[in-house]
Every structure is written in C-alpha cells, then in structure tokens.
Ligand binder design. Structure first.
Ligand code: ADP
Ligand code: ZN
Length: 609
C-alpha cells in the first residue's frame, strides 16, 4: 500500500499532522487553563491535608467543602461529612475561613482555545505553505501532480541572456541559428512569404562544444524567454511523470510564445524505440517520447515556439524525432579548430589578468583537440596555478602547464621513479620524438617530459601540428603508427628488453592501423570496401563490423602486418641514429622536461658536425 505518487497522499498526511497538533496543543494548554478550576478529592485526602497543615483557605457549605492548597493555590472540593470536630481541627491546622474564589473557565472559551484555535492556526500555515510550493512549481496546476513537479523547468529571463558574441568560433552554427533569431524578431516577413520555421532544430556535436551556450544565445539575441530542461530529467521521475512534464512544458511555452525551448541530452528520451534491453524499463521513456512527438505535431509552425535540442549521439535518435515537421534541421557544433580555440581562449581570458609573454596562438596550437569547455578549464587551471605561486598575473608557463594538467592530469611530484625506470622512460619518450622527427611528414615535437602524471602516464611527447589537418595521406598515417611504436622500439634497441610502458601506444597504433584498413580503404586487398561503420561519431567512435568471419580474420592479419612493418621501420631509424638517441635521452634524463626547440637544437647540432 505504498501509493507514493497518489495526489491524495499529501492531503491525508496533512490532516494527520493537524490532528496530532491539536492533541499536542491540548496536552500543553489544558494544565494552564485548569489552574483555577476545581478538582474534586475524597474526604480522606482532605483530612490528610488538614493533618499536614496544607489547607490555605477553607469554605464549609452545606453541600460541599471548598478549600485551597496553601502552596499551589489549587482549588479542591469534597463532599461534607458528619464531623463535629472539623472546625476545631481546621483552626488548629492554621486554615483561614473565608470565600474561595472558583474561576472555572467558560466551556466555550476552553473549547475555542483547545480545538478551534489550533485548527485555525494550522490551516492557515498549511495554506501558506502549499501556496509557496505552488509558486516554486511555477504553475497554477502544479498541485495536481503532487510535489514532484517543482524542478520541472528553469526559466532564464532573456534579459540576462548570453549573446552570440559570447560564443567564440562556431561561425557556421551561429550562421544557421541567425535565421531563427531573425524569424523571432519579425515573423510576419516569413509568414508573408509563406515560409514556416522549422519547429525543431538539433544541435549535434561532442560534449562541451557550446551547444547549451548557443541555444541560450539564440534566446538572448532574439530577446525571448528561454525554457531549458534536460532529457534525463524527464525519465528520472516517477512513472507517468515524464509525459505530464512534457505536456506542462509545452503548455507554458505556448503561453510565453515567442520563446525558445531547449532540451539538453535529448537522446535520453529520444533513443530508438525497441533498441536493446527492453525489460519494461523503456516504457516510461517511450511514453515521454510519444508525448513529445504529439506536442510537436500539435502546434502550428508559426506559433513562435522554437525547440532546440542537443545531443552528442545523433545516430541513436529515433527516426520519428528527425522526421520532417519535427527536428528536421541539424546544426553541427564541432570541436573548435585552431582559430576557434584561440578565440575561445581569448574570450575566457577576459576574466583573468595575463602577462605580456602570453601567446594564445601557441597555447591554442598545443591544445589540439580540446573542446570549448576544456579550454575554459585550461584558463581556469592557469589562474589557479598563478594563485598557488602567489601571483595575480597569469603567465605563458601557467597556461602551458595547465594544458598538461587538463590533458594529462596533475603533475605527480612525489612519485619516485627508480633511476633505471627513469632511464627507460627517457629513452622511450625520445624514441617517439626521434622517430617522429626523422620522418619528414611527421609534426615537429613540442615538448617532451618524463615527469609522471596522476593519469598514470610516466612521460609523454607532445606533438603539435602546425595547422589543422583535415586530410591525412596514407604515408602520414603510416608514419604516425611508426611514431607510436617508436617508444617500444627505443627500449628494444637500447636495453634489449621490453616493458609495460607502451600499452597506450599499442592501443593507438592498433586503432589507427585498423581504421586504415577497414575504413579508409588503404590496403591493397580490400580496396575501397567499408568493413566497419562508425556507430558513434562523437563519443569515442565505436565501430561495428560489417563483414564475414573469414574477412575479419584477414583484417586482423593485415593490421598485425601493418603495425609490424612500421615497428621495424621505427627500430631501423633508431638503430641508424643511436648517437642522437643516447645524447637526447641523457639530456632528457637530466632535465626531465625539454622543449621542442631544445630537442631540435641537439638534433640539428650533430648534423652540422
Ligand atoms: P555543451 O552543451 O555542448 O555540452 P556547453 O554549452 O555547456 O557545452 O559549454 C560548456 C562550457 O564550455 C561553457 O559554459 C563555456 O564556458 C565553454 N565553452 C564551450 N564552447 C565555447 C565557445 N564556443 N565559446 C566560449 N566558451 C565555450
Ligand atoms: Zn609511449
């Protein structure tokens, strides 16, 4: 009998509390009221009190004897008895003969104080509280769903909104969204031309690229209200809550139109139906999704309610959601390129004081692959580092260090590597760097370090592309694989034994080799046949196989062959260049961190001789 979601429950609960309060009030108030009331006792008690000289005032009547307690002034009464010595004994007990004032409270007053008053007080309190709850829930009809609704929506007044100028980079996304802003500014222009706005727009891109920011910016630019809710919020609630939340959200949005409704993580409700699992748990999500679809179909294109939704897994969405008339427009929000990264860094750097040596271009170059959120984090980490070192001004060194913090975890200062381990790590890292430097197409080395990180990396080589690369040739990819194997190759060449330090390199090399064969069509055998398709472009890029078991075996064989080839190549490079390898490794071993320039200096230095 646990009807948690029943709307009657709060009421019952409430009445229970009122009754309890009345009870408590009575216990507390009655003694106060009965102070001057008369208590009836038997004659024996009266006699005992006389013996103990406890009687204050006594009034003997024909039908009763009224007397008071000397100390407490409590009034008592008892029936009269045939007792000739009573007067004498009372006198001896120092009792005063006189009139006892009996003030019995009027029954009406008593009744009022003990029952009516508490009821009034608690009803008043209850009314006040329920009104407050309703206000929090933000709607007149909020009570009808019980208390669970209160966090249904966040309403951000557009006046304090974000503008497009706050979102750095993402020019294409801004451009496509500009049309929405224009429409919200003057819808009649579009109505006249017979054009109707898309009802739903899907912002697609990896986490932290500013999708939420862009949605807010649209509302900010158009100066309209902004409703925001996360897809996961719909399904967290009790069963049946999700659908009613959707209904309520749209009701409110229509009242406030024109406005923007933003649904973050729409994949939480919009996943393909009947996909995977399905042990009843999906019912709730399906109901919510159906409600969303119904609502979207229900309103006309030109009501002024524009729905923006964000997802980083567009391929997992139910096709019903992306049908025309629903989320039929897709705006890609990609990871920022070099220029975008620099702009984002500059936007966030406005909040901090930067030194003269700060060069955002270099920082942006070093932070290849970072999302907007990560870049914001890099700026913040740099500011924190400055404060830790007792400074207000953030320097280039702070920024460069914080890139490593964000990318590779905090410097693990107290981790102690044995001398031999340090030597191995130094050779390993120089192995990567040297193989990279000796292959013409490889990017130059930016920084090499053998200071362990909390992420578990014992050291790493930071390679930086001079610009953003969109196309990679087969040769470049092969060189990349060779570079990955360079660390292990150096260990083999120098120490003749291998360590566990190369696990991440192995993973990367394998992934790349596999992609070359199955996805990029870079093997002779399979030509341009797609053996794998990318399932999830934005989250790790999971792939699914699309070939027979025999072919799979063949693919595996080709991958091994490809990696082995490059591994041999890397070994050859290092053997031929053993002098430089030793020199550089010794230098790194001593300095622990060396820059790309220092590396190149030593590398070139030898060649001139
Ligand atoms: P998403 O919704 O795509 O996961 P958000 O919009 O929540 O990403 O972005 C998270 C944070 O990252 C923002 O609050 C902002 O500080 C920063 N950020 C992301 N992209 C940008 C950008 N293009 N310009 C400025 N800041 C950005
Ligand atoms: Zn390595």
């Amino acid at each position: 009998m646990k009807e948690v979601k029943s709307p009657r429950k709060p009421l019952l609960y409430y009445y229970g509390i009122v009754l309890l309060m009345i009870f408590l009030f009575n216990i507390l108030v009655t003694p106060l009221l009965s102070r001057n009331q008369v208590t009836e006792v038997d004659y024996g008690t009266f006699m005992d009190m006389i013996d103990e000289k406890q009687i204050g005032v006594v009034q003997v009547e024909d039908t009763q004897i009224i007397f008071t307690d000397k100390e407490s002034n409590q009034v008592y009464t008892t029936g009269p008895m045939e007792d000739p010595t009573l007067t004498q004994r009372l006198h001896e007990a120092d009792a005063q003969f006189g009139r006892v004032i009996t003030e019995s409270a009027s029954p009406l007053l008593t009744w009022f104080l003990t029952i009516i008053l508490p009821v009034l007080i608690f009803f008043g309190l209850g009314q006040y509280m329920s009104r407050k709850l309703m206000n929090q829930a933000g709607g007149k009809n909020a009570m009808s769903f019980g208390m669970g609704k209160s966090n249904a929506k966040v309403y951000v007044p557009s006046t304090q909104g974000i503008r497009f100028s706050d979102v750095a980079g993402e020019d294409e996304a801004k451009e496509s969204l500009q049309e929405i802003v224009d429409y919200l500014h003057n819808p009649q222009k579009y109505t006249e031309a017979g054009a109707s706005m898309p009802k739903g727009i899907l912002l697609v891109g990896p986490p932290g690229t500013g999708k939420t920011m862009l949605a807010k910016a649209v509302a900010g630019e158009a100066n309209v209200p902004f409703f925001s809710i996360s897809g996961s919020e719909f399904v967290e609630m009790f069963v049946g809550m999700g659908a009613s939340k959707v209904r309520d959200l749209f009701k409110q949005a229509k009242e406030k139109a024109p406005c923007i409704v933003f649904i973050d993580e729409i994949d939480a409700i919009g996943q393909k139906r009947n996909s995977g699992g399905g042990y009843g748990g999906n019912d709730e999500r399906e109901q919510t999704l159906n409600q969303l679809l119904t609502e979207m179909d229900g309103f006309e294109g030109n009501t002024g309610v524009i729905i923006l939704a964000a997802t980083n897994r567009p391929e997992s969405l139910d096709p019903a959601l992306t049908r025309p008339g629903r989320f039929d427009r897709r705006v890609p929000v990609e990871l920022p390129d070099l220029k975008g990264r620099e702009e984002i860094l500059k936007v966030h750097a406005k909040k901090i004081k930067t030194g003269e040596d700060v060069d955002f271009h270099t920082v942006a170059r070093m932070a290849a692959g970072a999302s907007g959120a990560e870049l914001a984090n890099i700026i913040n980490e740099a500011a924190l580092r400055a404060v830790r070192n007792g400074r207000v001004i953030v320097t280039q060194a702070d920024l460069e260090e914080s890139i490593e913090v964000v990318i590779a975890g905090y410097q693990k200062k107290n981790a102690v590597l044995s001398d031999q381990e340090k030597r191995v790590v130094a050779y390993h890292e120089i192995g990567h760097a040297l193989v990279a430097a000796r292959q013409s197409e490889s990017a130059p080395v930016q920084k090499i370090t053998i200071i362990p990180r909390t992420s578990g990396a014992l050291g790493y080589t930071m390679q930086v592309e001079t610009g953003d690369k969109y196309l990679m040739s087969k040769e470049e990819l092969e060189n990349k694989i060779a570079t990955y194997t360079g660390g292990r190759a150096a260990e083999e060449v120098v120490f003749g034994q291998i360590t566990t330090g190369a696990s991440n390199d192995i993973e990367q090399a394998t992934k790349l080799a596999r992609a070359m064969i199955t996805r990029y069509g870079m093997s002779d055998e399979f030509d341009m046949v797609a053996m794998e398709t990318v399932q999830n472009q934005y989250l790790g890029g999971d792939t699914s196989l699309a070939c027979s078991a025999d072919t799979q075996r063949e693919i595996d064989r080709k991958v091994v062959e490809l990696v082995r080839q490059q591994h041999e190549k890397a070994k050859k490079i290092l053997e031929d260049d053993r002098g430089k390898l030793d020199e550089l490794a010794r230098f790194l071993y001593e300095k622990e961190t060396i820059t790309g320039e220092e590396f190149m200096e030593i590398l070139k230095g030898g060649e001139k001789e």
